[in-house]
Design a protein around this ligand. Structure first.
Ligand code: CA
Length: 226
């Protein structure tokens, strides 16, 4: 099975260079020249990784990444043209897995893709690591060791983010960005308050386990070996 790479880039020459290099390296490619169609494409195609240009005609790539992250955890590598964009990719922690600055060599991009896929594609480990939690997105319901947990809207959003990537450390800013409709950096403490509530609710179900790890000064992660 060839890994499927989605290239979202509005400059045809760059798209073509990337497409050629990746197909030569054994990847299957899909190409989009604007951002918004990605949402419907992801609903019907099993894409393994997205290469996402930041400067798109219809939506900023950083905003698009946030949209994608609401429903998908697949790895995303950004193409950036400017140093200040790199600062935003790295600083905002919007869920990028890597970035490449233009102009780049297709060979370098291909190597980055392979590295990210190696790092993120561990189905044998990832699947059982989540056994403690069951997520039903259509009902906005999370169960913990088989017991449904009564969660508020933001508690649900937060826990869902943590469940999607066990072991990944999320900063408070990042959780705020991902879980809140109108993120407000000054409300940093709100994340702490919600995590505290989630913990106490989970504790009533399994008092002997605390599945959420606090990384002091940084943020939170879900325990990997649950
Ligand atoms: Ca562009």
């Amino acid at each position: 099975m060839k890994p499927k790479i989605l290239i979202i880039e509005d400059e045809p020459a760059i798209t073509e260079t990337i497409r050629y290099a990746l197909e030569t390296d054994g990847f299957e490619t899909h190409c989009l020249s604007s951002g918004m169609p990605v949402i419907s494409l992801l609903a019907k195609e099993a894409i393994d990784l997205i290469i996402l240009d930041i400067g798109l005609p219809d939506i900023n790539g950083l905003e698009l990444c946030k949209e994608i992250r609401k429903a998908h955890t697949l790895p995303i590598i950004f193409l950036t043209a400017r140093a200040d964009e790199v600062d935003r990719v790295v600083g905002l922690e919007i869920g990028a897995d890597d970035y490449v600055v233009k102009p780049f060599s297709p060979r370098e991009l291909s190597a980055r893709i392979k590295a990210v896929l190696r790092r993120t594609q561990q189905p044998a480990v990832a699947a059982p690591s989540n056994q403690a939690f069951q997520l039903d997105e259509s009902k906005r319901q999370i169960s913990y060791f088989g017991t449904p947990v009564e969660l508020s809207r933001y508690e649900y959003n937060l826990l869902k983010i943590l469940i999607h990537r066990p072991g990944q450390v999320y900063s408070r800013d990042q959780l705020m960005e991902l879980a809140w409709d109108e993120p407000d950096a000054s409300m940093d403490r709100t994340v702490d308050a919600h995590v505290k509530n989630i913990r106490s609710k989970l504790k009533t179900i399994k008092p002997e386990i605390d599945p959420i790890i606090t990384h002091r000064g940084i943020g939170y992660a879900l325990k990997e070996d649950l």
